[in-house]
Design a protein around this ligand. Structure first.
Ligand code: UT7
Length: 332
C-alpha cells in the first residue's frame, strides 16, 4: 500500500463530543484496588468520560458528526457516505452509521460501520479517503465513536481504568491546490495475535449464555503486557518504512498523532524514532483510551484550539485488536 493517487483529498471539517460525566482516577480508587499514582505513572491517564445511561454510541457519533459538518459548512443532504469506526456499537446490527445517517437527515448518504479494534479509526479513514480520491464520493463523514465503559468489567483493574467514552469526526472532501491533502496510507494485520484483545462471548464462537454472563465473557479481555510489547516492537519499524515509502523520514514530520492508549507507548515509539515527545498530539490524560475514537477526538480537539501550518506533515497511526495497525500521512 502507499501513495494516494487520484483526486486531492482534504479535511474539510472536524468535530468531537465527549459525555459530561468525568470519572477521575481517585473516584475509581474508591471501589477498585488501584491508585491515582499507579494509573498516572503506568498510563498517563488522569480521568476519563463515561456516557450517561440514556446515551448510546449512535448519540455520541451523531454529536461529533453534526459538529464536523457545521465546521465544514457542509449540509447533511450533500453527504455521500458515512463511515463509523466502533467496537461498541448500539447493536451489532444494524450498525451505528445508519442511525447517524437518519439522525443527521443525510438522505442521500450510504452508511456502514468498520470494526477493527482501535485501528478502526485509521481503517475507516482510509476507506473514506479512497472513496473521495477515486471520485466515488464527494463528501464523506468518517466518525470514531465508543462507549467502551459498557463492555468493560468495572471490577477488573487491568482494563477498566484504561478506557473512556467519546466520539470524533472528520468531513473529507475534494481539496483545491494549496489545501491540505492525504498523501499515503498503509494498513496492516497480524491475525496470529488475535487473542491479545478479545470480547469473547455474545457472537457465533461463543453465543451468550448464563455461563458466559457469570464469567463476564461479554467484557473486554486484554493481554495488556503483550499488547504493550507488540506496539513498542512493531510500530517504530512500521512507521519508519511507511515514511520511507514517501521518501521522507521521522524528522520530516511536524506532528505525530498516535493512538491514545498509553503515554509510555507513545513516548517509547517516538523515542525509538528519535523524535521529541513535544511533537506528539496528546489528550490521553483527560479522556483515557477511547479506542477507535481516540485519533478523531485528539485531532478535532487540536484543530479547535490551533491549526497546522501550511506544509506541516502529520502522521496518524493506531494499533489494536486483531492485532491490526496502520498509518496515514497528511500534509496540511
Ligand atoms: O487500545 C487497545 C490497546 N491496549 C493497550 O494499548 C494496552 C497496552 N498495555 C498497557 O498499556 C499496559 O500493559 C497496562 C497499562 C495495561 C499495564 O501496565 P504494566 O506497566 O504493563 O503493568 P503490569 O500489567 O505489568 O502490572 C504490574 C503490576 C501487577 O502487579 P504485580 O503482579 O506486580 O503484583 C498488576 O497486578 O500492577 C498491577 N496492576 C495494577 N495495580 C494498580 C495492574 N493494573 C493495576 C491497576 N492499579 N489498575
Amino acid at each position: 500500500m502507499g501513495k494516494i493517487l487520484g483526486n486531492r483529498v482534504t479535511i474539510r471539517g472536524s468535530g468531537f463530543f465527549v459525555p459530561a460525566r468525568v470519572v477521575t482516577n481517585e473516584e475509581l480508587s474508591r471501589t477498585l484496588d488501584t491508585t491515582d499514582t499507579w494509573i498516572q505513572e503506568r498510563t498517563g491517564i488522569r480521568e476519563r468520560r463515561v456516557a450517561a445511561e440514556d446515551e448510546n454510541t449512535s448519540d455520541l457519533a451523531f454529536r461529533a458528526a453534526q459538529a464536523a459538518l457545521e465546521n465544514a459548512g457542509v449540509a447533511p443532504c450533500d453527504v455521500d457516505m458515512i463511515i463509523v469506526a466502533t467496537n461498541s456499537p448500539d447493536t451489532l446490527f444494524p450498525g451505528v452509521a445508519p442511525r447517524v445517517q437518519d439522525m443527521l437527515g443525510a438522505t442521500r448518504a450510504g452508511a456502514c460501520d468498520v470494526q477493527s479494534g482501535c485501528t478502526g479509526s485509521v481503517y475507516a479513514l482510509a476507506m473514506g479517503i479512497a472513496g473521495v480520491s477515486s471520485g466515488l464520493w464527494k463528501n464523506v463523514v468518517v466518525i470514531g465513536a465508543e462507549i467502551i465503559s459498557r463492555i468493560v468489567d468495572w471490577s477488573d483493574r487491568k482494563t477498566s481504568v484504561l478506557f473512556g467514552d467519546g466520539s470524533g469526526a472528520l468531513v473529507l472532501g475534494e481539496g483545491d491546490e494549496g489545501q491540505g491533502r492525504f498523501v499515503s496510507v498503509d494498513l496492516k494485520s497480524d491475525g496470529s495475535k488475535h487473542d491479545f484483545i478479545v470480547l469473547p462471548a455474545g457472537m457465533t464462537a461463543m453465543p451468550a449464555s448464563e455461563e458466559t454472563v457469570k464469567k463476564g465473557l461479554h467484557c473486554v479481555f486484554m493481554k495488556g503486557n503483550d499488547v504493550f510489547r507488540f506496539a513498542n516492537k512493531v510500530l517504530p519499524d512500521f512507521l519508519r518504512s511507511f515514511l520511507a515509502e514517501a521518501d521522507i523520514g521521522p524528522k520530516d514530520i511536524q506532528w505525530w498523532l498516535l493512538h491514545q492508549a498509553n503515554m509510555r507507548i507513545i513516548e517509547s515509539i517516538l523515542s525509538k524514532l528519535d523524535v521529541s515527545p513535544d511533537k506528539a498530539i496528546v489528550n490521553l490524560s483527560r479522556y483515557g483510551n477511547t479506542s477507535a475514537a481516540s485519533i478523531f477526538i485528539a485531532l478535532a480537539e487540536f484543530l479547535r484550539n490551533q491549526s497546522f501550518a501550511q506544509g506541516d506533515r502529520i502522521v496518524l497511526s493506531a494499533f489494536g485488536a486483531g492485532m491490526t495497525y496502520g498509518a496515514i500521512l497528511y500534509e496540511a
